[in-house]
Ligand binder design. Sequence first.
Ligand code: SF4
Length: 193
Amino acid sequence: MEHFYTLQGEGFHQGRAAYFIRLGGCDVGCVWCDVKDSWDSGKHPLLNIEDLILNIERTQAKLVVITGGEPLMHDLDALTATLKEKGYEVNIETSGAHPLSGYWDWICLSPKKFKAPLPGILPLANELKVIVFNRSDLDWAEKYAALVSPACKLYLQPEWEKASDVTPLIIEYIKQHPQWELSLQIHKYIDVP
Ligand code: SF4
């Protein structure tokens, strides 16, 4: 769908320079999705891996983030193997709703109520990032926290349009449950893609 060099705005790697590859295609259907243009993969041109990497090599990027859409609708073995051969650190952001492919330095699992993650990815997640749209999402977040590995980092992130309502709830919740941390979409605050 698009690719660009920016700062990672969310989660554990927040604030780091990162080259983003946003793949078209998603069948998860989150009502609050902020990239609905990504849903139809047919709307976005195919690029070959070599051309994509030439674009990355024109930047100082060390970290590449594969996102979507739902990137695991595609077989990511070839893309990630080539990126790793070139020495890039390669991270994914996924709902986990499709089988895992690819070679990863970091898996950010962001499960969605609209299409549950497959069980196989849960113990492999380095980071669990739950988008909070309302209070009941906090209980739902705990369900997944119990299924990931003990080393997995836990983040609660306010849904952007609901942030003024839910951020105070999240702050209080984290104070009571300090295993969780707050993730903000800082790229939206600093107005970068
Ligand atoms: S998984 Fe991501 S891209 Fe797909 S509908 Fe949900 S927020 Fe949008």
